[in-house]
Design a protein around this ligand. Sequence first.
Ligand code: PEP
Length: 262
Amino acid sequence: LVSRENHPERSTVHVGGVPIGPDTVTLIAGPCAVETPQQTLEAALMARKAGATLLRGGAYKPRTSPYAFQGLGEAGLRILAEVREETGLPVVTEVVDAHDVGLVASYADMLQVGTRNAQNFALLQAVGAAGKPVMLKRGMNATVEEWLMAAEYIAQRGNLDIVLCERGIRTFETATRNTLDVSAVPVAQRLSHLPVIVDPSHSGGHRDLVLPLTRAAIGAGADGVIIDVHPHPEQALVDGPQALVEGDLELLAGVMRDFPPL
Ligand code: PEP
């Protein structure tokens, strides 16, 4: 279903009316995690200033440590819905448990499946049946083939509104959090008709890498990027070091302008 063999035209997925596909480079931005109403609104305004047309923000955070902040849950979803009202930006947010899919789908415009759940087949089937577009991150240990098969689980439930997101893979290199596999962008686009975007924030793990990796992603033909921004990253509960700050927004807007789609 997701293969390009039977569907030679590349697809466009609409999220709350915003297209992600071959004719545009969509910017999705916002906080890594929803922390407070004010922090989320400020981050959304930063995102919009940089040219974002979709807001990201996690209410359910899949953390390596069970002692780390796990997200605000439904209270976070309510904040996202309020910020959508105030800014007009449709919301992309992660769901980590198949049991929460209905709840998250009732607030979100797009459901995100994260790298740690990229082969959680029960979750993939549940989001496939939820009637909302899905952003599927690549598993950090997954081959492109495994990533596309994960997408197939979603599609098999009748949902072809799937966007693939390359977010870095595990390699021997420790200088970056993960290694952005830029070549996966044209490879996945050759094999699948689905749009392919890149997360330069979670792959690099460092603010300084976000703009160079954004350039690399768009240069390789990505259909969009998803980027963390935070009004006060030094106080962020999750992933502050990779969040862009106010002073980076003009530069990000410039990168998005200077690099039209391939
Ligand atoms: C995220 O985008 O909030 C996230 C946790 O990303 P990943 O699943 O790629 O680590």
